[in-house]
Ligand binder design. Sequence first.
Ligand SMILES: *Cc1c(COP(=O)(O)O)cnc(C)c1O
Length: 379
Amino acid sequence: MIPLLDLRRQYETIAADIEARLIGVARSQRYVLGPETEQLERSLAAYLGTPHAIAVSSGTDALLMALMAFGIGPGDEVIVPTYSFFATAGVVARLHAVPVFVDVEPSTLTIDVAAVAGAITSRTKAIVPVHLYGQGAALDELVRLADDHGIPLIEDAAQALGARHRDGRRLGTIGRVGCFSFYPTKNLGAFGDAGLVVTNDDELAHRLRIMRNHGMEPRYYHSIVGGNFRMDEFQAAVLNVKLPYLDRWNEQRRAIAGQYRQLLAAHSLSQPNGPIEVLGIRNPSIPNGHIFHQFVVLARDRDQLRTYLQEQGIGSEVYYPVPFHRQECFRWLGYADEDFPVANDAAARSLALPIYAELRPDEVETVVAAIAAFYAQRG
Ligand SMILES: *Cc1c(COP(=O)(O)O)cnc(C)c1O
C-alpha cells in the first residue's frame, strides 16, 4: 500500500515534542491568540522575511481577509485562475464581488499572464495568482501588470509555504498580501484548520490584525467590521514544533520529484508523445523554487490509470476535476467552456502521485513501475 499521503510517518518522528507542547497549552489555559500564536508569528515572519505575519483561522479566511482589507465588495471584479482549489474563487463570491476567471498556462498550470492582461477592466480590484502545487506563478510579469494598473496583487500561497521566487524571496511576500494555509495535508500542516496572512505594508497589517478579531480596537470599540478569524493555541503549538523541519521536508519532496522525473523518463513514459506529460519547473536552478506540495502529471487515459493504480494499492488524486468556469454555482457568470482550453485539458488529464517527505525511493520506483505496466498492457 502506497497512499497518496501518509501523515502518520511524519507524526511518529515528532510525536513526543508535539504531545508535550499540547499538554503545555492545556495546562496554561490560554487557548486563543496566546504565547504560542505570538511565537509562531515571530518565527514565520523571520522565516518568510516579512515584517508582518498574522496567524488566522484558515487559508480560506486568510484570502477572505485580504479581499476585505482592500474593501472589495459588490460590483468589484477580482481576477483568479479558473484552475485552483475552490477557496480562491469562493471568497470573492462570498463578498458579493465578481470572480473573473482566466485560463492557466500549459507548462505550470499557474495563471496565464496574457489572459490576466486581457481581463483587466475599470472594475478590477485585485488579481489573485495561485502558486499551484508549490511553485510560483509568473510573479515578475504579474507585479508589473498590477502596478501599471494600480491593482493589488494578492498571492494565494496556500500550497507554497517555503517556496522561493527567482530572486530568492519567499513566495507570499512579493504581492501586497500573501495568504497561506496550514490545513493538515499542506506541507506545514496543523491538527485542524489554521492559516496566515503576511504583508510588508504596516497600515495593511494593522487593518488585518484588528480585522482578525471583529475589527475591535480597543476592546469593544469597532472602527471596521472584521470577523472571528483567530488561530487557536493548539494549532500554533503544533506549528511551532514543525516549522524548524519545513525546509528539510521540502528538500526531501524536491528529491522525490527529481526521482519521479528521472524514472518516468527512464521508463520511456514522458518522452514527447509519450503517455505522461510532466509539468514544467519555472526556475529549476532555484533551491526551493518549487516545494512540490503535489507532484502532478498529465496522463493519457487518466481515469483508467487511476483505477489501475488503486487496484495496485497506490493512491492518487485529481487536482482539480472541475475548473471554476464549469462549477454549477458559477453558471450564472455565463462563461463559454471553450475559452479555457488549458484548464479543461488539465481537468481531463491531471493526476497527483504520492509525495511526502517520508516517501521512500523504493516506493517511488513501485509507483512508476505500475504506471509503466499499465501503459505496456494497453499497448
Ligand atoms: C488549501 C487551499 C486553500 C484554502 O486553505 P484552507 O486552510 O483549507 O482554508 C486556498 N487556496 C488553495 C490553492 C489551497 O490549496
